[in-house]
Design a protein around this ligand. Sequence first.
Ligand SMILES: Nc1nc2c(ncn2[C@@H]2O[C@H](COP(=O)(O)OP(=O)(O)OP(=O)(O)O)[C@@H](O)[C@H]2O)c(=O)[nH]1
Ligand SMILES: [Mg+2]
Length: 328
Amino acid sequence: MNSAEELYPQLISGNRRALSKSISLVESTLPAHRTEAEKLLKLCSALPINSRRIAITGVPGAGKSTSIEALGMHYILQGKKVAVLAIDPSSSRGKGSILGDKTRMELLSAHPMAYIRPTPTRGFLGGIGAATAEAIKLVEAAGYDTILIETVGVGQSETLATEVSDMMLMIYLTGAGDELQGVKKGIMEVIDLIFINKIENNEAAITRGKKTKAELHRALHFLQEKDSGCGVIIKMGSALENFGIAELAQSIDEHFIEIENNGYLEKKREEQALHHFKSQLQRYLLIHLESLPSIQKLIKKNSLEKENFSQPSAIAKEIITANFPTTS
Ligand SMILES: Nc1nc2c(ncn2[C@@H]2O[C@H](COP(=O)(O)OP(=O)(O)OP(=O)(O)O)[C@@H](O)[C@H]2O)c(=O)[nH]1
Ligand SMILES: [Mg+2]
């Protein structure tokens, strides 16, 4: 594994191999790698970064990857550098689906101005959110200014995505049911923009899209105003046929301009930074405590006693509070 000093100059010059190596370094759980990873992240934190981080969600098969391909190419034509990352809390995807993604993102994966990185390694110490946040810092250091983050599976991955992105785009299907697509499950509260996909440029499809759009407007009418101060925007088109993508990109731009101007973007990034800091504090606290001989002894002794297994949570709490009483 290369050192931070070796990787950094290559990384900021945009060297893709150095970027891949850097991401592997921050994903590694080996203590020696972690030390280098922290040096590298520290060097990167001094860089002036002006990026946009967009999360893309939607039910399996909605067209997230196809939309990323279309949007990504649109941004590249505007002179942007596009990085594509994935958030998958279940790590449920095998090599096959990553290859599948590459075929859905054929143009992007071959383009020198794009970088596609599959899901972080499972078992990452700080959790998937922290792994993705660090990968984002590295792609930004390598000059990628547009970060597209594909979430996998509806539910937990959206929560993780809101911890690392500036806005959330939902790829929506007509006729797939509100329940399935999360309209009634509180997911809409974190969505900024909906793209009704698979609406090709023909009358029947457009009529279908308009009907769904009206239904969504009615369903979203009951939502409370968002912290961003912006309403949910609904667009439609076809990622596969590149229909409506320019309008979608324009809506994304307008949303960014709004949240840049009203101060929400800055506030959100500050909250995210605080969240990451707290979770890193907890992580190191845990690592440090677990390394203390007195604690190791305590864990070893108690994990040998079978009666502790009957009520794991209650007894673990009892042991800890008995050995480390809080003073107040
Ligand atoms: N007709 C039509 N098909 C589309 C469109 N967008 C995507 N598809 C197709 O829908 C299928 C799923 O597309 P993906 O982009 O892989 O969808 P996804 O949401 O990334 O899927 P997962 O990552 O598996 O959850 C593929 O066969 C695409 O070719 C579209 O606009 N119109
Ligand atoms: Mg996909």
